[in-house]
Design a protein. Structure first.
Length: 214
């Protein structure tokens, strides 16, 4: 988006930390253009003059680069805070009494549980109850979100899923992926959340899909 208006659709890759083989700023993510929105052809690529994030490595443009010049499938960098749509994150299902709005974010994808680890644990414990895999998928529907911006006064609020996701057999493999130092978050601020869209970054964190509102 540019100035709140959607200018293109793209396939997002917040898991990519490099752009043109160099570290990209955490407030920028990699995307692959799918289409330019009608009426947005003259929108300008925000990093056309940036030597690290320009379209062609090492060749920043001397003039503004219109989005219309970028072909489908082309890799670009984009500010995380200008990606949408954004959803609202709650500490429980949003329609449930007492639910608290914690943050906004973008949903990247469904987080696949480690079904092999679950099966191995069941085999080891001798508890091979039927339907356990389905229970995990239905009762623990984790998704990966990024660009988390906490709501007013929620920086120190509890991050709800440290135990239920990151310390679980099904989702513990995301601990290393999401937290390089392996230190699990206890608050929203520790779960990659920031206080403004301008500071939003691509770091991923797990959230329960049932606790998300539009």
């Amino acid at each position: 988006m540019v100035d709140g208006k959607r200018v293109a659709t793209a396939k997002l890759h917040p898991e990519m930390t490099l752009f043109h083989s160099t570290d990209a700023p955490p407030t920028v993510l990699t995307a692959f253009i799918e289409a330019i929105e009608t009426g947005s052809e003259e929108a300008v690529y925000p990093f056309g003059q940036d030597s690290r994030l320009c379209l062609e490595k090492g060749y920043p443009s001397p003039t503004p680069v219109p989005m219309s010049s970028i072909q489908s499938g082309y890799r670009i960098a984009w500010p995380v805070g200008s990606v949408g749509p954004r959803v609202r994150l709650f500490d429980r299902p949003p329609l449930e009494e007492g639910s608290v709005f914690l943050a906004t974010a973008c949903v990247w994808r469904v987080a696949p549980p480690n079904m092999a680890a679950l099966a191995a644990r069941e085999l080891e414990s001798g508890s091979q109850e039927s339907g356990q895999n389905s229970i995990v998928l239905n009762e623990m529907p984790a998704v990966e979100v990024f660009g988390v911006v906490f709501g007013h006064g929620q920086a120190g609020a509890d991050y709800p899923f440290t135990s239920s996701f990151y310390e679980s057999t099904a989702y513990s493999h995301f601990r290393k992926q999401h937290f390089i130092d392996l230190m699990l978050p206890s608050t929203m601020a520790e779960a990659h959340a920031v206080d403004s869209l301008e500071l939003a970054h691509r770091s991923l964190v797990l959230w329960d899909a049932r606790y998300i509102g539009g």
